[in-house]
Structure formats: C-alpha cells, structure tokens
Design a protein around this ligand. Structure first.
Ligand SMILES: [Zn+2]
Length: 311
C-alpha cells in the first residue's frame, strides 16, 4: 500500500489527523470502493459522518469502521494505528500497562485494544503444515500456573488442590516448518498430542521431534520421523536432524510470556500464542509492511468485550 514511515514520530506525521487516518483505512479496507457492510452494494451516498447505502432495500447508514475491530471504538484511529505499530514491532510484545502509558490511554482500554489486535493476528488457515519433503519440527512445553505469580487469595484457594493448580497451566505445542511458518496450539483436556499432530501436520512431511515417546506411534504415519535425544546431550546430528528452529521459537515465546506478560491465564493463552506466531511468521517483514499487514487483518474481525471477560 502506501504508508511511509520508519519511526513513531514519522507515523504521527504521516497520519497527521483523523480524516487522513480514515482515508487510509478506507483505502485498505475497500481498496478505494466504499461498500455497504450490510448488503455489499457499492457507491453509497456520502453523509456528514460516513455513508448511506444506495440500495433501495437497504438504505442503512454506516461508516468504514462497521464490522471491523474498530467498530464502536472511542479511540481515534490515529491512536489505534500507533498501537498497532508498537504492538507489531516490539519483538517481545508490549504490556497493556506500558501501551497505556505510551499512548496516554487507560490500562483497561489498552488491554482490550491489545486483545482485539491478537484476535486479528490469528492465522486464518487451518490447513495442515508441511508436505512432501518439508521438515516439520514439533515440541511442547508447559506454561503458566506458577504459584508465586498468583494473588494470595487465588493461592490459598489452590493450596492442596492439584487439579486446580493444573487447570491454570497449559500445554502449548508448537509446529514449525523448517524455513517456514509456525503454529501454536494450546491443548484442551480432551485432546491428545497425536490427534493434534494429525490436525496440524501433513503426513507427507518429515517429522522432527525430541525423543518424547508421545510421538513414537503416530510418527509411523509420517513419511519419515527423526528424533534428537536431548537427554543424551544430542542436539545436532548430521546437520539436518535438529530441533533448533523450534527451540528458537520457544525461547522467543518464553521471553514474551516471562518478560512482558508475566502471568497468562489459561483462558487467554491461545491469544498470546497467536501473537507470538504472528510475530515469528512476519519476522522477515520490514516495519511498515508489517504494520500494513496488521491493519489489513483488522478489516475482518471484531471481538466483543464480553467475550473476553466472561469466565
Ligand atoms: Zn446496503
């Protein structure tokens, strides 16, 4: 598209006022052809505050924010764009506390904004990764639920209750194509690692895991299954057989979880995983293209506050 800035001050110069932001957004969303979000009719009448549909059976009024994550927002698009820029370009993510301070908005607003952004970062394709001749590394880790990070009340409630403590922990499995994209899945209690593997990785792929025997049986269904024995300090064998790609992705994920977000509840874990995966998958993009990619993703999804906060 046509955004041109390399720093935050340049971004504010580029998006100098709200009409500029709206014009940019309409270009991104509609490619210059305003379209009714209710009936898809084009060429609506321009009104003071937006548009009115020309279709005689619709005639609804709308703005370009309707049906997107910006719908009903009280924040200017200029603030949103700055937030998107900061969120997309901080390697380890940004906390709602920090973002609130940086942009002069309430922490709760920043928290909600970031969750809406994470929703847009969700990978849309659910097709299996890999394929013939592609090496896919798979590994998992347990995240969260550390007692020292909990409130006293919560800790007291969990004392002696191992199930409750485990309920706040999550098993996160990562699937990464060598030289390609990553996907994280937070395991539900009724899911098994082999089932998840079949769902996320094409059986024509070459599977690469450590010796965790959870993959031994299902591994036979794959074109090839190689393992690295970390317990025996075996990290790289014959140069090809390693899980360094996934180790790198996980260490990145850990730095985000530990360094920035501290304690993530089970409920929101998948959202943070999506954020981490998005950052990994766009790692080769420059700042501005990544900003535009995120803005483009904002055109489809809208997450309601109630969905986020309900237990
Ligand atoms: Zn319409």
């Amino acid at each position: 598209m046509f955004a041109q800035f390399k720093t935050l001050p340049q971004l504010f110069d580029f998006f100098k006022d709200e009409p500029t932001c709206i014009a940019y957004w309409e270009q991104v969303r509609w490619n210059g052809v305003p379209t009714c979000p209710h009936c898809e009719a084009i060429n609506p009448y321009k009104t003071n505050r937006g548009y009115k549909c020309r279709n005689i059976e619709c005639q609804k009024k709308f703005t370009s924010l309707v049906g997107t994550i910006f719908e009903n927002t009280k924040m200017p698009l200029r603030t949103w764009f700055a937030a998107i820029y900061l969120c997309a370009n901080h390697k380890k993510g940004i906390s709602s506390l920090q973002l609130g301070r940086d942009l002069g908005i309430h922490q709760k607003s920043a928290w909600f904004l970031l969750h809406r952004l994470r929703e847009t970062m969700k990978e849309i394709s659910t097709l299996p990764l890999g394929g013939e001749g592609v090496i896919v590394e798979v590994d998992n880790t347990i995240v969260g639920g550390k007692a020292k990070n909990m409130s006293n009340k919560k800790r007291a409630a969990m004392k002696g209750n191992r199930d409750a403590a485990m309920a706040n922990k999550a098993t996160v499995t990562a699937y990464v194509e060598r030289g390609g994209v990553i996907r994280f899945d937070v395991k539900d209690t009724n899911e098994s690692e082999p089932d998840l593997l079949r769902k996320h990785v094409d059986t024509d792929s070459i599977l690469m895991t450590d010796t965790a025997n959870v993959y031994n049986k299902v591994g036979m269904e794959y074109a090839h299954h190689e393992t690295v024995d970390h317990g025996n300090s075996e990290y790289v064998r014959e140069r090809v057989w390693h899980t360094n790609t996934i180790e790198g992705a996980f260490s990145h994920f850990d730095r985000m979880v530990i360094g920035v977000y501290h304690n993530i509840s089970r409920k929101h874990m998948q959202a943070y995983c999506n954020e981490s995966a998005y950052r990994y998958n766009t790692r080769k993009m420059q700042q501005t293209p990544r900003f535009e990619d995120t803005v483009l993703k904002c055109s489809g999804v809208r997450l309601k506050y109630a969905t986020l906060t309900q237990e």
